[in-house]
Design a protein around this ligand. Sequence first.
Ligand code: HEM
Length: 521
Amino acid sequence: MEAVSSRISALSNSTGEFQLESFISNFSWWKFAVTALVLVLTYDQVSYQINKGTVAGPKFKIWPIIGPFLESLDPKFEEYYAKWESGPLSCVSIFHKFVVIASERDLARKIFHSPAFVKPCVVDVARKILRPTNWVFLDGKAHVDYRNGLNGLFTKKALEIYVPAQEKIIDKYLDRFVEMTKEEPSVFFPAFRELMCAISLKTFCGDYITDDQIKHIADEYYRVTAAMELVNFPIIIPYTKTWYGQRAADMTMKIFEVCAQAAKDHIAAGGKPTCIADAWVFLMQEARDNKTEDVNSKLLVREFSNKEISEAIFTFLFASQDASSSACCWLFQVIADRPEVAAKIRAEQLAVRNGDPNMPLSSAMIDEMTYTNMAVKECLRYRPPVIMVPYVAKKAYPISESYTVPKGAMIIPTTYPALHDPEVYDDPEEFIPERWVEGSKASKNTKNWLVFGTGTHVCLGQNYVKMVFAALVGKAFLFHDIEHTITPLSEKIKVFATLFPQDDLILKFKKRDPFAPTVGA
Ligand code: HEM
């Protein structure tokens, strides 16, 4: 009996081996490749279905593996808009990245306010460009503590210190714009990027940074923006976009390091703060000498190295440059197209200077510019520079009763839909500064005001932004006639990290008598 069964098993073994052998010998490479491909494609579609769950999105990944990668290289505002309209939560999958987009106000707010589940998501290459040691990559308590230490640089008292340096730069560039467009109108997208960069750099580094360095950084900075594409090769290869971006960032941080040391020398010699670098060193000194009662300032008690200060200042430039350039383009376009708004701004600018147009700017004066501030606020609502803020789920995140964002997925709160909500803003597609008068529906519904995000990562520079823009457009329109050449693309929106007019904004600046009657007020 045993002999029979062992023969049978030997036979079946040898048959099995024979079948396996012939299977392997018949299994050519192309069959292997096809099988592997089918498995990968099936896995890609199945994991997409599992992640997608109940949220809106294509039934299948129409482009297997890559998803809408090609569209992401040239993003269109209309495509984003269609996505937001497709449901309160919608999704896309690009390569291995699964992305959930929240277009409803309360869902967006919930994400901003869920630091236990989510943290800001930067493209992989950002860690290399901003350096892994940078404070922006801190999470939880470490982030809150570091950030509280920086708050002192953006208080009302601190912002006041930076106004004279900002005014000098504003005046210089406004004169340059007149000269630049003496013969004919010019495209202003690059000019406004340079202006924004110059204002930031003067605010951050005061007179420690030279005009040549400002020009050089402004010229090179676009390489940093260009390097931050959604999908990047994980290694920085020489002469690619990411390589140029990293070089531009390193060059800028080196300049900031030298400025940080100059600020330390200035404050040590008893100098008064004039810029952010000074203010930081000054607060550090006060904390060290135990001269401050402010709990947040006490967080600055340790010695921050020049490298650390330079990295943090670079994050201010990084956070501000694209968003501020976008806001600047829309503000000038929108006001130049509306003579009645320009007229009100001019009248107010003369009034806050008590009829003396040459009175230097101050933060108290900027506070008094009620209408100008409303125009700035309305422009930030009408064309919010940042329309989506990418976060990543640190763990499975139950965002609604029916949907849990999978761990590792990107989760993106939007700002645009809340800022164009017709229930809060009548005629949301119209630019109406008056909607912000005190006590109005718009100003009471603060939950919709997502221009600067909300929660633990809310924009550190938001008060700074409002002050700079009120100061800038105030002076620009008081002293200039600004003509906008309207083209069929002026109102069309281009996405380049933030939003811009598709024709890159064509303007002409002409000096005007600040006492000239304001037509249309
Ligand atoms: C119009 C101009 C600006 C807009 C629309 C804007 C908008 C934003 C938004 C939406 C966020 C994300 C907030 C969140 O996740 O809740 C942010 C973060 C940030 N912004 Fe701004 N920003 C502007 C200019 C600036 C400027 C001028 C500075 C600095 C001088 C700045 C510094 C920062 C920093 C440091 C963060 C990160 C804060 C953190 O992670 O704790 N921003 N900004």
